[in-house]
Every structure is written in C-alpha cells, then in structure tokens.
Ligand binder design. Structure first.
Ligand code: HEC
Length: 302
C-alpha cells in the first residue's frame, strides 16, 4: 500500500500547479458550448431577430385614432426637419433590411428574395421613387417581403419618403399632379379622418363564433298532438334549427302572413322551411305565423 500511496502523492504534488489552468479550461469549454449551441443559433435566427416573438394576431383590438388634416403641399415639399425625423425612423424600422446607406444590404436583407431596394440608384424601382410612390409603398407594402408600414402616421411616412430620397444622389424629378391628387384623396390627407379600427384575428373569430350561435330551434309538437296547429307546424318546418335562424335574421315576417310567406318561400328549402308550404292557404299561413310568434314570445320570456 505504501508504495502505491507514495506514487499517487508524488504525482498529485506534481500536477497541483496546473489545477487552476485545468479548471479554467473546463469553464472555457462550458462557455463555448453554451454560446456555440444555445445562444448564437438563437441570436442569428432571423425569426428571433426580425420578428417580434409575441403572436401579432393576439394583439388587442384598438380603436383607430383620428388623423388631423395636414398640409399636403408642405409635406411634399419636405424640410430639413422632416428629413431628420425620417432618418431616426429609418434607423429603427428600415435599416435592418435596406442597410445604413440605403443600398439594400442590411443584415436582414441579405437573405431576402427579392433583395430590398437599393435607394442610391434610379434602377429597379417597382412602384417608383417619387414621394407619392414611396408613400404608397409604405402604406401598402410591396410583394411578399416589403412590409406595409401603415401603422406609422402619415407624417412619419412622408418623413421616411424624404429620407429615402435623400439617400439617393440622383434627380428624383417633380411630383406628378395626378398622383398627388390621388394620394390626397385615397389617404384622406388634407381633409383628415380616422384610422380604421384594428381587431385581432382571434378576437374576430371569437366574435363571429358567438354571432353564429344557433338561435335555438323551433320546438315541434310531438306526433301525438293531432291538432290542426301542431300538424301545420310539423308540415311546414323541415329543419327546426335552420328555421329559427332564418326567422331571427329575416326582418318583418312578424308583420303579416304575406311577408312570412314571402320570406319562407324565397329561401325554401335551404332556409329549413319545407317545400310543402307552397300549398298552404292564406288562413294556414296566418295560423303558422301565430304559432311562430307564440314560440318567439315564449323564448324571449326570462
Ligand atoms: C423585412 C425587410 C424590409 C424592411 C424592414 C423594410 N423593407 Fe423596404 N423593401 C424590402 C424588400 C425585399 C423590397 C423589394 C420588394 C420587391 O422588389 O418586390 C423593398 C422595397 C422597398 C421600396 C421600393 C419600392 C419600389 O418602388 O420598388 C421602398 C421605397 C422601401 N422598401 C422602403 C422601405 C422603408 C422606408 C422601410 C422602413 C419604414 C422599409 N422599406 C423596410 C424589404 C424591407
């Protein structure tokens, strides 16, 4: 034992000075693995970089803000302030794709097809490089990749358009009067207006699902009920749930037997009313109307 023990102790003593180095190597390896396999792939993943992680479809419904009337001529003419405002907005919204100098070579733009527009040259523009054109591009987006920036205020869109032009050292030419008139009218610029309300898709789906709730069903009397009224109801109503829905949506059937007949016959049999109603007499229509009204008043009682 003592021989082996001595050997062990001797080696241990020899290696001792290297322990801190070994520990450091271990930590370095762990940090490397962490970055190489967990942090960097996520950081470089374009989905993580350029798209907000939250599901945009879950956005809360918001009421559209009023848009104050604006001086379109001044907006088209531009000013150093407008260009400066456009510059700071550009750095936030556009630079990642279009690049700091507008050459279409931002980090997020390199992998895109088509590539982001190069603002420094006059070739390749699809909508155009006039202020009105760029305003239009910003409002509507372009193709599958260039997003619409219609959440930005009209003033910010003008500011961005001027800044985009300032990046190109070529002559952008005069604005076209027809295009200006169209822009003004289409986006309600000089008269002002209100942004459209925004509702999220899940919200809208929930709303529609609620609206589409079946309106209950017309209760049909059992076969054992041999009264004229019961027989008539069973004969006229082919699909109780559909008839209930039809009546809920149709306006004015309550008013007279003639209007009930008109509504029932117009959509039969898709509206749930049996085709047999074609042979009902005026008195029978009146009776049917009374039965349906009774059902309705029963249903609406608390
Ligand atoms: C996600 C990347 C991306 C972002 C962010 C982006 N763009 Fe683009 N943009 C593109 C692509 C791609 C094209 C080219 C589309 C095509 O050719 O069909 C384009 C084209 C354009 C065009 C050229 C329209 C034409 O007539 O050809 C303009 C102007 C423009 N972008 C302005 C902007 C401005 C201003 C912003 C910031 C508010 C912005 N873009 C943000 C990707 C982007």
């Amino acid at each position: 034992m003592s021989e082996l023990g001595d050997l062990y102790h001797e080696n241990f003593r020899k290696l001792r000075p290297y322990f801190p180095v070994l520990a450091l190597c271990g930590v370095a390896t762990m940090v490397f693995v962490l970055f190489a396999f967990l942090v960097m792939p996520r950081a470089l993943d374009p989905r993580v970089l350029y798209f907000p992680p939250a599901d945009p479809l879950d956005a809360k419904p918001v009421a559209g803000k009023p848009i104050p009337p604006m001086d379109v001529a001044a907006m088209l003419a531009g000013s150093p302030e407008l260009v400066a405002a456009g510059k700071s907005e550009y750095a936030i919204q556009c630079q990642s794709c279009h690049g700091p100098e507008g050459k279409g070579n931002g980090p997020a733009g390199l992998a895109l097809n088509p590539r982001p527009r190069n603002f420094t040259v006059p070739d390749g523009w699809k909508t155009g490089y006039k202020i009105t054109d760029i305003y239009h591009t910003l409002s509507e987006g372009l193709g599958a990749v260039m997003p619409a920036f219609d959440v930005l205020s009209p003033e910010k869109r003008f500011a961005l358009a001027h800044y985009v032009q300032s990046l190109g050292g070529f002559n952008h030419g005069p604005e076209d009067a027809t295009a200006v008139a169209f822009l003004n009218q289409n986006y309600h610029l000089s008269e002002g207006g209100r942004e459209p309300n925004r509702v999220s898709v899940p919200f809208m789906m929930a709303y529609l699902a609620e609206r589409e709730q079946p309106a209950g069903a017309i209760p049909l009397p059992p076969e054992s009920d041999g009264s004229d009224e019961a027989r008539l109801l069973r004969r006229a109503v082919a699909d109780p749930a559909r008839v209930a829905r039809t009546l809920e949506r149709a306006a004015g059937w309550q008013v007279s037997s003639a209007s009930l007949a008109e509504i029932a016959l117009a959509g039969s049999p898709a509206n749930g009313v049996s085709a047999a109603v074609g042979t009902l007499s005026r008195t029978q229509w009146e009776q049917l109307r009374t039965s349906l009204l009774e059902h309705l008043s029963r249903k609406n009682q608390p």
